[in-house]
Design a protein around this ligand. Structure first.
Ligand code: DX5
Ligand code: ZN
Length: 223
């Protein structure tokens, strides 16, 4: 029995086999994941390097699931047009990586895409207050970005509560996502705090039954 509202699950291909991304996509589809989360890393904003817009355009040919692109890169304003052209559905950049965040949100929306902003654990939610009205998505990092398989940072949960309250008090429509260290236990915590989207990488791709995991992350008790 799910006593809370329905949340979406967005498995991240970061923990898939990079030599078989289509296999990862099929695993997500079979497990009834809602979005495919794509972690773009440049080796500068974060220490790790993953892939660029070509991965998005190649995968776009093979799935109808929404492609949820998380840009962990410096100067995202130089790249959003390419990611939009590649077929991204949501484009999320880091507040810490830009000066003109408002301008970049408007640019992403003008390209016909959902616009998101992410904040790392050390960035307060209050820094989003002037942008909240125009955002489609806020991605709360619950680990320091860069790698899969890290430990959930509980101190980040208060930011979800704060942003959920801000949304309710002002009638804003953004979704709130949690990304990093999400498993059945931490999913329960962030769902109760008001999250709408759960990003899951290592837990999803190491699950013996990914479809069961997706259901459990949503708060369903699986017998
Ligand atoms: C981390 C990425 C995450 C990552 C989460 O920097 O943004 O999306 O895939 O992986 P897990 O679920 O293993 O923490
Ligand atoms: Zn991510």
């Amino acid at each position: 029995m799910n006593t809370l509202r329905e949340v979406l699950v967005a498995p991240s291909l970061l923990s898939a086999d990079f030599s078989n991304m289509i296999g990862g996509v099929r695993t997500i589809e079979k497990a009834r994941g809602d979005w495919i989360h794509l972690d773009v890393m440049d080796g500068m904003f974060v220490p790790n390097i993953t892939f660029g817009p070509k991965m998005v355009s190649d995968l776009r040919e093979h799935t109808d699931l929404p492609l949820d692109v998380h840009l962990m890169i410096q100067k995202p304003e130089m790249h959003v047009d390419q990611f939009a052209e590649a077929g991204s559905d949501h484009i999320t950049f880091h507040l810490e990586a830009v000066v003109h965040a408002h301008r970049l949100v408007e640019r992403i929306k003008s390209l016909g895409k959902k616009a998101g902003i992410s904040i790392v654990p050390s960035t307060p939610a209050a820094l989003l207050s002037e942008l909240a009205a125009i955002l489609d998505l806020i991605l709360i990092m619950t680990v320091n970005p860069g790698y899969g398989g890290q430990k959930f940072i509980p101190a980040c949960v208060d930011k979800i509560r704060t942003l959920d309250t801000l949304r309710k008090n002002n009638g804003y429509s953004y979704k709130i996502a949690a990304d990093g260290g999400i498993c059945v236990k931490t999913a329960d915590i962030v769902r109760k705090a008001g999250v709408d989207v759960l990003v899951t990488g290592s837990t999803f791709f190491s699950a013996s039954e990914p479809a069961v995991l997706v259901s459990e992350l949503k708060g369903n008790k699986v017998i």
